[in-house]
Design a protein around this ligand. Structure first.
Ligand code: GUN
Length: 283
């Protein structure tokens, strides 16, 4: 068997066409959707992510505002910026790029964002709504993962979905979203015993660990949908958490790295920003 590739790049380009149309719709009502991105410090990877977000916004007609703060900025000053953006009617979405410098408390910073502008979906109000099944901003990577799974045409309901990783950004929310789609969900993590025994039962396997080549074909149920969330730099190459070549022999569908989850995360941020602007306009 040779797995079919779920092309996140192609799907995200298609979705961007819809987003462009929604931006046009908003502009005709006199609304220019605006996204503020705050970058604190000099982390090179974060700088690249923020530049990409700016580029994505330009591509679809969203106005982006990047706020760059020094590494040693006091947390109080960052909170002041957030409060100003909360009150700014031209800004519909606010994103604080993570990780933050060690002297800052990321929870306190996220809590300061107005939940109606929390396009990352990280605020406890949005997370809480996700848990109880209310309408909310869904975090971008999990939202993109669900779209990638749906792209296979296979139903999620009734399937056994196994998520490896329990981060607040990916593992926990994607597990909740799969549950919302009526999958039977198992969450595995670094203390899980007999990982392979569990993953081999997965109809849908989501791997979000950050360890290159952790998962090979021997972990995969034949025909499974495999979503690789890992982005690891190995000898100047980007690789996922899944050994792609080997997994392809067994899986039914698989996302590549790069070109799978990454582009979808970026596109879901645009979609959440439009959603925030549409909700604000509708009152
Ligand atoms: N750093 C890595 N991923 C993310 C993300 O999805 N949102 C934010 N704000 N920072 C990140």
């Amino acid at each position: 068997m040779e797995a079919r590739i779920i092309d996140g790049k192609k799907l995200s380009e298609r979705l961007k066409e819809d987003i462009k149309a929604r931006v046009e719709g908003l502009k005709q009502k006199g609304v220019i959707p605006g996204l503020a991105v705050i970058l604190v410090g000099n982390d090179p990877a974060s700088a690249v992510y923020v530049r990409n977000k700016e580029r994505d916004c330009n591509q679809v007609g969203i106005q982006s505002r990047v706020v760059k703060l020094d590494e040693d900025t006091p947390q109080r000053e960052l909170l002041e910026y957030i409060y100003k953006l909360n009150a700014d009617p031209t800004i519909h979405g606010i994103l604080v790029q993570l990780p933050l410098p060690p002297h800052m408390d990321p929870n306190a910073v996220i809590n300061a964002i107005d939940p109606s502008k929390d396009v990352d979906g990280f605020h406890p109000v949005n997370m809480g709504r996700l848990v109880i099944g209310e309408e909310c901003f869904e975090p971008c990577t999990p939202k993109g993962i669900i779209r990638l799974i749906q792209e296979t045409g296979q139903p999620i309901a009734g399937k056994h979905a196994v998520v490896i990783g329990r981060s607040n950004i990916v593992g926990k929310p994607v597990a909740l979203m799969l549950l919302r789609h009526n999958a039977t969900v198992t969450i595995c993590h670094s203390k899980t015993v007999n990982l392979k025994e569990i993953t081999r039962q997965a109809d849908i396997l989501v791997v979000a660990v950050g360890k290159p080549n952790l998962i090979d074909g021997s972990f995969i149920k034949p025909g499974a949908i495999v979503i690789d969330v890992g982005i690891n730099r190995v000898e100047d190459q980007l690789v996922g958490d899944v050994n792609f070549q080997d997994a392809c022999r067994v899986a039914g569908w698989i996302t590549p790295v790069p070109g799978g989850v990454g582009p979808m995360t970026r596109t879901m941020l645009l979609e959440n920003t439009i959603l925030a602007a549409e909700k604000k306009w509708a009152g």
